[in-house]
Design a protein around this ligand. Structure first.
Ligand SMILES: [Zn+2]
Length: 182
């Protein structure tokens, strides 16, 4: 599997020992992957706040997702991302945990992979991406990329950050897979 992924991404699999077991790691020097996203449900936005006792607040920004007794009840998070972010910065509110399940367009038979991000900027785009995925109404061919954003702040300081982006290209079809394999 590592070799298939590596040949698709143009990289070499490396053996790594992590947590006492040997694992294979494929590091691709790429800022973008062509992926297949089956449906909008594959992209989920949750928010979590951990404290010394464990998971203290687990919601989707509107209602609790856990514990079971609270699930579905309003969680008290503010509706706007700016306010949520301010609360999280002071340790008073949860941070985003955005999860995307995808297949690699170059080798879809390998199964699903998971991309997880705590980026606020990525979390802000989730609803828009889900709407685009829904409008395709079939598995969608997409680019999953890390984009570098650079700008000069008002105080003249150079600011640079990375943000994940998902660009929906259109419906994925077997003919697309053949074109990619060719
Ligand atoms: Zn909440």
């Amino acid at each position: 599997m590592a070799e298939s992924i590596a040949s698709t991404l143009g990289a070499e699999p490396q053996r790594r020992s992590a947590n006492g077991s040997e694992q294979l790691e494929v590091v691709a020097e790429k800022a973008s992957l062509r992926v297949v996203i089956e449906n909008p449900g594959r992209l989920t936005a949750q928010m979590k706040l951990w404290d010394s006792r464990g998971l203290a607040h687990h919601c989707d920004g509107r209602v609790f997702l856990s514990p079971e007794a609270d699930a579905g009840h309003p969680c008290g998070c503010p509706p706007g991302m700016t306010e949520r972010r301010a609360r999280a910065r002071h340790g008073q509110g949860p941070q985003p945990v955005t999860t995307l399940l995808f297949r690699l367009a170059g080798c879809p038979g390998l199964g699903s992979f998971r991309f997880r991000s705590s980026s606020w900027r990525f979390a802000e785009t989730v609803e828009g991406i889900r709407t685009q995925l829904a409008s395709v109404s079939a598995p969608a061919l997409c680019d999953l990329a890390i984009r570098t954003v650079e700008f000069t702040a008002q105080n003249g300081r150079q600011v640079s950050y990375h943000k994940p982006v998902v660009k929906v290209l259109g419906p994925w079809a077997p003919s697309t897979a053949m074109a990619l394999a060719a």
